[in-house]
Ligand binder design. Structure first.
Ligand SMILES: [Fe+2]
Length: 341
């Protein structure tokens, strides 16, 4: 199929206290609130080309409301909608225009994740005082907090990692770049999909809960790996614990740093990584022992990285693979977690 999807345009997340979350993104992380409309808070990073890259709305728990992807052109939007509606089992709807966004189609995928497809979106035009001296930049560089450049990716949690990857690759044209299969059992616990040259803009971790549509983390880009170290320093100095990192993932070879915002949602900062332009790339299979998550093979994740959002009973695997408990359960073919998949 021709390339139809452009890239990840923005994310809408839920927070029990949207103002507290927005304060964190603005004061600690370094984004900027640009609008408050109908109870939703719109934020942008300095390098986001569109008006906003993050929308926070009120909800009982941290959660993914939608991941919004821009198509390659207007015709591609109609073609993608046709593909979604013809694949069977999934029905979406055209949604009225929202701030900065024109005609859009919203659907809930087979594993419960809401996706918005759109072409028409408002370019950001810098307000007075925010203009960059460089023509390519939508806004001058920020030096506040982590000063993330732009939205990078979203990683969801799902009960069937390979099933999710296959559906999104076949229906929407994502490239499947890699996956992680446990050393001790033929269970895929992580996979990465992309619309571009990076290893991923959509990640998938195994979710053994019965709650559909869960979110694992959202991620923003910084230009230099050193920025991750500075960000970790700044966050700790301001009372924000570091969940994991800074270090380098094996898959994608990206530098990473994870922490939480007030809703408890996990936020990642990324930098570096390889570029891959191969159109017929064959997805590589990693084992956790290869260093899928920890490039240097010397640093396991804390158990907190098993949490996904909203909270649910049951463990979530991550790029590392799985906790000892989850590994034991998945390695046993008669376990309830395996049969529930
Ligand atoms: Fe990530």
């Amino acid at each position: 199929m021709n390339k139809l999807l452009g890239h990840l345009a923005y994310l809408e997340i839920a927070s029990p206290d949207p103002e507290a979350s927005a304060r964190f993104y603005e004061e600690r992380f370094g984004m900027r609130v640009i609008d408050r409309i109908d109870g939703k808070i719109y934020l942008r990073s300095w390098g986001d080309y569109y008006r906003h890259s993050l929308v926070i709305s009120a909800g009982p728990d941290a959660a993914l409301k939608t991941m919004a992807w821009r198509t390659e052109n207007a015709e591609a939007l109609d073609e993608l909608v046709e593909r979604v509606e013809n694949v069977g089992g999934v029905r979406g709807e055209w949604t009225p225009s929202s701030p900065g966004v024109g005609r859009a189609y919203s659907f809930t995928g087979p594993f419960g994740h809401n996706m918005t497809l759109l072409w028409e979106i408002e370019d950001y035009v810098a307000e007075p005082g925010y203009e960059s001296v460089y023509p390519d930049r939508p806004e001058k560089r920020s030096s506040h907090g982590a000063a993330p450049r732009f939205l990078d990716h979203v990683t969801i949690a799902c009960s069937d990692v390979d099933g999710f990857a296959t559906w999104y690759a076949q229906t929407l044209g994502f490239r499947i770049m890699a996956r992680t299969v446990l050393d001790e059992a033929p269970v895929t616990v992580f996979s990465v999909l992309t619309t571009n040259e990076k290893s991923h803009d959509l990640g998938i971790v195994l979710d053994t809960s019965t709650t559909p549509g869960r979110l694992h983390h959202i991620a923003f880009w910084v230009d230099h790996p050193e920025d991750l170290v500075r960000t970790a320093d700044l966050l700790i100095e301001n009372g924000v614990p570091i969940e994991y990192g800074p270090s380098i993932h094996g898959i994608g070879e990206q530098h990473f740093l994870y922490f939480r915002e007030p809703s408890t949602l996990r936020v990642e900062v990324n930098s570096g990584g390889y570029r891959n332009y191969v159109p017929d790339w064959r997805a590589r299979t990693w084992k956790p022992s290869d260093g899928a998550n920890s490039f240097f093979r010397n640093w396991n994740m804390p158990d907190s990285m098993m949490e996904a959002f909203p909270a649910a009973a049951g463990l979530t695997a991550t790029e590392q693979g799985a906790s000892p408990e989850l590994r034991a359960a998945l390695a046993n073919p008669w376990s309830t977690t395996t049969s529930a998949r």
